[in-house]
Ligand binder design. Structure first.
Ligand code: G3P
Length: 242
C-alpha cells in the first residue's frame, strides 16, 4: 500500500508524511555506475514492483533521471539535493520548484556528501515546504540533529559519515548514537520521522535500527550494488515490519 505519486501532488507535505506511515525505506542511488541513466529506471521499477506492506519505499535517483523515474513509477521519488537558485534567471541549480515539477515528492538535504550551512538548510526546508515537497534532512551527530529538528523537516536522517559505504552498520557500530538521538528528539518534541543510515547491509541491521528507536532507513550501496535488487529490498523491508 504505497503512497502513489499522484496522491502526493495535492497534499501538504506534513499530511503526506503522516500517510507515509512509520516505516520508510529511502534508497539513495547516489552516482553509482549501476544507476546512471537507464539503470535508475530499472532500480526504481524493481523497487516499485515490490509489495512491502506498510513499508514505504522512496527512491532518490541522480538529478538527470528524476523526471524519467517519476514518469515510470508510482512510488515517491526524492531528489538527492535541492539548491536555492532563483526561479528564473539561475543556471544549473536544482531548485525545489523544478524538483516538484519533475513529479518528485521531496528531496534529501544536507547529506554528508553534499553539506550545506545551517542557514541555507533552513531556507531550503522552508522553500521545499512552500513547494509542497518533503524534506529529508541529514545530520551527522545528535547535536546537529537537534539543531535541524528546530527547522521541522518531515524526515530527519542520522548518518555518521565515517560508516557510509563501509558495510559496518550504524545500528551495530554506533547503537548509542541512535538511541541518544531518538531520545533527544523525543524530548524536544520533534514531530517528524527519524531515519538512520550508513553501512546498512542486512535485514538484521535494519531490525536493530528499528529496535533502537528509528522509523526507517536511508540506504545506498548495499541495494545499488546488490546482485539482485528486489531480493535485497525485500530483505531490508521485511526486517522493518517484524
Ligand atoms: O544516503 C545513504 C547513505 O549515505 C548510506 O550509504 O552506502 O552506507 O548505505 P550506504
Amino acid at each position: 500500500m504505497g503512497v502513489g505519486r499522484l496522491d502526493l501532488y495535492h497534499q501538504p507535505a506534513a499530511e503526506v508524511t503522516a500517510k507515509m506511515g512509520h516505516r520508510i525505506l529511502v534508497v539513495n542511488f547516489k552516482n553509482y555506475p549501476e544507476v546512471l541513466g537507464e539503470g535508475s529506471l530499472r532500480l526504481a521499477k524493481a523497487a516499485a514492483s515490490l509489495n512491502l506492506g506498510a513499508v514505504e519505499v522512496v527512491v532518490a535517483p541522480p538529478t538527470p533521471m528524476l523526471y524519467a523515474v517519476t514518469s515510470s513509477v508510482r512510488i515517491p521519488v526524492f531528489a538527492q539535493r535541492a539548491d536555492l537558485g532563483e526561479q528564473g534567471k539561475s543556471t544549473g541549480a536544482t531548485i525545489p520548484e523544478s524538483i516538484k515539477a519533475s513529479g518528485c515528492a521531496g528531496s534529501i538535504l544536507n547529506h554528508s556528501e553534499s553539506r550545506i550551512p545551517m542557514d541555507v538548510l533552513r531556507a531550503a526546508i522552508e522553500r521545499m515546504r512552500s513547494a509542497g515537497l518533503i524534506s529529508c534532512a541529514c545530520a551527522e551527530t545528535t547535536e546537529e540533529a537537534l539543531e535541524i529538528a528546530e527547522l521541522e523537516p518531515e524526515l530527519l536522517a542520522i548518518e555518521p559519515p565515517e560508516l557510509i559505504g563501509t558495510g559496518l552498520a550504524v545500528s551495530k557500530a554506533r547503537p548509542e548514537l541512535l538511541t541518544e538521538t531518538a531520545e533527544a528528539l523525543r524530548d524536544v518534541g520533534y514531530k517528524g520521522t527519524l531515519l538512520c543510515g550508513a553501512g546498512i547491509v542486512s535485514g538484521e541491521d535494519v531490525s536493530t535500527a528499528i529496535a533502537l528507536g528509528t522509523s526507517g532507513i536511508l540506504v545506498a550501496s548495499s541495494v545499488v550494488k546488490a546482485m539482485d535488487w528486489s531480493s535485497k529490498l525485500r530483505e531490508l523491508g521485511a526486517a522493518m515490519s517484524l
